[in-house]
Design a protein around this ligand. Structure first.
Ligand SMILES: [Cu+2]
Length: 508
């Protein structure tokens, strides 16, 4: 798999969330931020381990800016590993050079489209790991283990909450005023699960797996506390309406929503109607040939992987896709990512032969002409009875969610129910378990753009590929020049900062 090709120093993708506030009309401020990435010890759930964090905190700092502002972020990496940073939600027009994904490249309206809230808070749902996660992750990939490290708990703003051991004192607490309206920005940064979220005794309109049991059976809590004169109860009340972990019906009900946006004259949508490129892409668990003698193979020579149209993404050598494309270096990637799966079968059947799982390892990309109107239907499969939710993330573009459903996509009847009027525009959306997702976008951002399942376990296993969007013929529609400080991909071994810690966190 891709673990062998660690020529890049950039072997870890960090995620940062940028919150753009759009209340003020003042534009054009300049903001400077210093991010220091450092390994620091944290004690959570009675256990102390080192974690790579930004400015010493979990979660990291929030950048709050206005539309039109300029932001400079200096990142100082004082950790053990090479790091790339990818920004969700920030357009990078013609500029894949700073997009972030290792081996690949290294919208906001004017006002709220609803009454202005009195205040707001950001809730980041996360995963808590024990031990040296990077070392465990490398170990599992190198040995082709059939799984990756598992978290031990979920967190809200870095804290597991009231129900965990040694945890109550640091539960995240938000103090609010009675009678006011609050906006919550919810970010699901959990590595491998979708989450139900509720606030006890409050109405909230928000928008797992049946068989899987290896997720954290952990209710993460945080506290909302009203200001004022009253006796604060010793323990907070818990929501009574929150579905059970495994309540698939509740999840299905949620996904059966038409997912309408708040489209209006002031917040228009512009769904492409004349589609010029149609793709049908199966996203699936898979098996690939193990090319490493230390693999813990599932069966003879095969290890667990994930695929898109039966291709399991393999990070290219000796350089990244972007540089190879820009400099015309051949042999790094191929342009034959298929528009449809190699064979058709009942993708969501409960009994599928394992032979269907065998995927090809490849660095296959899809090339799109500038301004191509693209429709993709992602089809989940139940191979290994391993169907799952797959939040598909596209870099460089937003897309419209025009359709979603269960079972196999029917290309005659399902398009009739597409929402082409007021669909949501996002850069990540889920393919429901044993279902499909239809998206549309215009390929108007020239460059090299990674797309992948955002469950990191699946992405690591190869549920990913790349769009190359060609130039449009003018300077304004062409990819920018690389920045002068572009770091070289081939970093000599002796220059790399190395951490020789074992999975137990101790040096070996
Ligand atoms: Cu996935």
């Amino acid at each position: 798999m891709n673990f062998k090709n660690k020529d890049c120093l950039l072997n870890f993708i960090g995620f940062l969330f940028l919150v753009a506030r759009c209340l003020s009309m003042v534009e054009g401020e300049v903001h400077y931020y210093e991010f220091v990435l450092v390994e620091k010890n944290f004690t959570k759930l009675c256990n102390t381990s080192s974690k790579l964090v930004v400015n010493g905190n979990i979660p990291g700092p929030i950048i709050q800016v206005h539309k039109g502002d300029t932001i400079y972020v200096n990142v100082h990496n004082k950790g053990y590993y090479g790091v790339t940073i990818h920004w969700h939600g920030v357009k990078q027009p013609r500029n894949p050079w700073s997009d972030g994904p290792e081996y690949i490249t290294q919208s906001i309206g004017t006002t709220y489209p609803f009454p202005k809230p009195d205040d707001e808070d950001i809730i980041i749902l996360g995963s808590l790991y024990r031990g040296n996660l990077k070392a465990e992750y490398d170990f599992d990939l190198i040995h082709g283990n059939d799984d990756l490290p598992h978290s031990i708990a979920y967190t809200i703003n870095g804290e597991p909450g009231d129900l965990g051991a040694c945890s109550k004192e640091t539960t995240y607490r938000w103090v609010i005023d009675h009678g006011k309206t609050y906006l919550l920005r919810l970010v699901n940064a959990v590595v491998s699960a979708n989450m139900f979220f509720a606030i006890a005794e409050h109405n909230l309109t928000i928008s797992n797996q049946e068989a899987a049991t290896d997720f954290d059976h952990f209710n993460v809590t945080a506290i909302i506390q009203y200001r004022g004169n009253y006796t604060i109860p010793l323990s907070p009340s818990l929501p009574s309406t929150l579905p059970n972990y495994k309540d698939l019906t509740a999840a299905r009900k949620f996904y059966a929503n038409p997912f309408r946006s708040l489209a209006s004259k002031d917040h228009p949508v512009n769904v492409p109607l004349n589609i010029t490129t149609k793709m049908y892409i199966t996203v699936s668990m898979a098996k690939i040939e193990c090319k490493n003698t230390t693999c813990t193979a599932l069966e003879e020579g095969l290890i667990l992987a994930a695929s898109a149209n039966n291709i399991s993404w393999n990070n290219p050598v000796p350089t990244d896709v972007l540089l190879a494309y820009y400099r015309n270096i051949s042999g790094v990637y191929t342009t034959d990512f298929p528009d449809q799966p190699p064979y058709y079968y009942n993708f969501t059947s409960y009994q599928l032969p394992d032979a269907l799982a065998i995927a090809e390892l490849g660095s296959k990309v899809k090339v799109l002409n500038y301004n191509e109107a693209v429709e993709i239907v992602f089809q989940g499969t139940n191979i290994f009875q391993g169907s799952d939710h797959h939040p598909m993330h596209l870099h460089g573009h937003n897309f419209y969610v025009v359709g979603i459903g269960y079972g196999n996509y029917n290309n005659e009847t399902d398009p009739k129910s597409f929402n082409l009027v007021d669909p949501v525009a996002v850069n990540t959306f889920v393919v429901p378990k044993n279902g499909w997702l239809a998206i549309r976008f215009v390929a108007n951002n020239p460059g090299v753009w990674f797309w992948h399942c955002h469950i990191d376990r699946h992405m690591t296993w190869g549920m990913a590929s790349v769009f190359i969007v060609k130039n449009g013929g003018t300077t304004e529609t062409s990819i920018r020049k690389p920045p002068p400080h572009l770091p070289p991909c081939n970093v000599p071994l002796e220059l790399r900062v190395q951490n020789n810690d074992g999975p137990d966190g101790k040096e070996y």
